[in-house]
Design a protein around this ligand. Structure first.
Ligand code: SF4
Length: 163
């Protein structure tokens, strides 16, 4: 049976790829249901760009992911390193994967400087959130991919995948 492809943040699938070396798996029944309905395409833009795990936490300074793509903002680690280039590279690899598989939907981890689709951290490492998308989510959205996060995935489970 044909299943529509769905890009999914690897950490939501339980893979230990987060900056702290852990995953953030969704509950098993949800994962099971998603796997039943979709061809899950696991991505971790930061790892695919060659960043190590664990790695220093990073936040977007001076804007959001779209501003990083346009050169108006930077992704800076807690130790002060500019990792913008790696984040953009990871976003491009995620987009390549989406195009290769004809994928128009993505389920990405909320609040991440790469994957966040609605909010990102403030850029001051103060635990505060602000409106905006991460670098990968921004690039995918610009190219017409529908992006949701793990707190708003009801639509993925209700909508019947198109043949
Ligand atoms: S880049 Fe995305 S997939 Fe990778 S750890 Fe961060 S939130 Fe998860």
């Amino acid at each position: 049976m044909y299943k529509q492809p769905l890009l999914v943040s690897a950490c939501l699938l339980g893979q230990p790829v987060r900056y702290d070396g852990h995953g953030k798996a969704m509950p098993s029944p949800l994962l099971f249901e998603l796997a039943r309905r979709y061809q899950l395409l696991s991505i971790c833009p930061e790892c695919q760009a060659g960043l190590p795990t664990p790695r220093p936490a990073a936040e977007i300074s001076g804007g959001d992911g779209g501003d990083v793509l346009d050169g108006r903002a930077r992704v800076i680690t807690q130790t002060g390193q500019d990792v913008s280039r790696a984040f953009i590279d990871g976003a491009r690899q995620a987009l390549d994967s989406a195009i290769r598989h004809g994928c128009r939907q993505a389920l990405l981890k909320a609040n991440s400087p790469s994957c966040g689709n609605r909010q990102i951290h403030s850029g001051h490492f103060d635990q505060q959130l602000q409106p905006g998308s991460g670098v990968t989510a921004s690039l995918l959205q610009r190219q017409g991919t529908s992006v949701c996060n793990e707190n708003e995935m009801e639509g993925l489970l209700i909508t019947k995948p198109q043949p």
